[in-house]
Write a new protein. Structure first.
Length: 291
């Protein structure tokens, strides 16, 4: 008799397992319609969730809006102070510009290293394999574009003209790993520090400004611009901001890691800068031709 009950229990267990597996398989298979119990449970669960979530979302939204309102108030307060400072700075800049013009008029200097003629251009080509190295623009020799001219966006310098055809030009970006891609730069501060934009850290997306004297005082957040001493680029083009300073591998000089002002990834329109002041190469050419 006990043997019979044990067999009966084993049979019931096996049947239960089979039914359970069948139900699981039935529920997992793709079906266009749910069964009536499934629909009832799903509708009931959804109604309960909706009943609980609406008050919860309302309370959470209230506190979130309150926090946003506080943040907006603080931002508005800060922006007002910046606007007041901006108006003051604009007045100072205007006065300095006028003083500069007056002094240049007295000295008879009409052009400086900062002067250049802007030439707007549109990006018409970019090779996916060399996305961080080259772009092609729709201006060429017929528009006055020459090799090594600086190319900028509204946010800063992006590179220089590498080659020119009649109707288009290829621009080499600062993010290119070409070791010959060097640019003379100034780290602005109480005392300007000169260096060379040379290399790009692709992991950190930062430019490397090298050949900085070991004793130079460079702080995080200082602005880096073109020096105008490289005989090609005009002076004062925005390059970026210093984020880190470290010694080079020999410990003789410093290297500043600079966050670019311009976005090298998303480039649609650019400006080619044609330097107004005659360069040394132009002077030597003129002398050689006897003009």
């Amino acid at each position: 008799m006990p043997q019979f009950f044990m067999n009966k229990r084993l049979i019931i267990l096996l049947v239960s397992i089979i039914v359970l597996v069948a139900l699981i398989g039935f529920s997992l298979r793709e079906r266009s319609k749910l069964t009536w119990p499934e629909q009832f449970i799903k509708d009931t669960t959804g109604w309960v969730q909706s009943l609980v979530s609406k008050p919860t979302n309302y309370v959470a939204g209230f506190f979130e809006n309150l926090q946003d309102l506080t943040t907006t108030y603080q931002e508005n307060k800060e922006l007002k102070s910046r606007v007041e400072n901006l108006a003051s700075l604009e007045a100072q800049v205007q006065e300095l510009k006028q003083d500069n013009q007056d002094l240049r008029a007295v000295l008879g200097e009409k052009k400086t290293l900062r002067d250049y003629e802007p030439l707007p251009a549109t990006v018409i080509g970019r090779n996916p394999d060399r996305w961080h190295e080259m772009i092609i623009i729709d201006k060429g020799k017929l528009n006055g574009v020459k090799k090594d001219m600086a190319v900028v966006t509204a946010n800063g310098l992006i590179g220089k003209v590498k080659s020119v055809t009649q109707f288009s030009s290829t621009v080499q970006l600062l993010s290119s790993m070409d070791p010959k891609n060097r640019i003379s730069a100034i780290v602005q501060g109480k005392t300007n520090v000169y260096g060379l934009v040379e290399g790009y850290d692709s992991e950190k997306n930062l430019l490397q400004v090298k050949a900085i004297p070991a004793g130079a005082d460079i702080q995080k957040g200082q602005t880096v611009i073109t020096s105008g001493l490289g005989d090609v680029f005009p002076k004062g083009l925005m390059i970026g901001k210093v984020v880190e300073v470290k010694q080079d591998q020999y410990g003789l000089n410093l290297t500043a890691l600079v966050k670019p002002g311009a976005d090298f990834y998303d480039i649609k329109t650019v400006i080619v800068t044609k330097r107004s002041m005659a360069t040394a190469s132009d002077t030597s050419t003129t002398t050689g031709t006897g003009e």
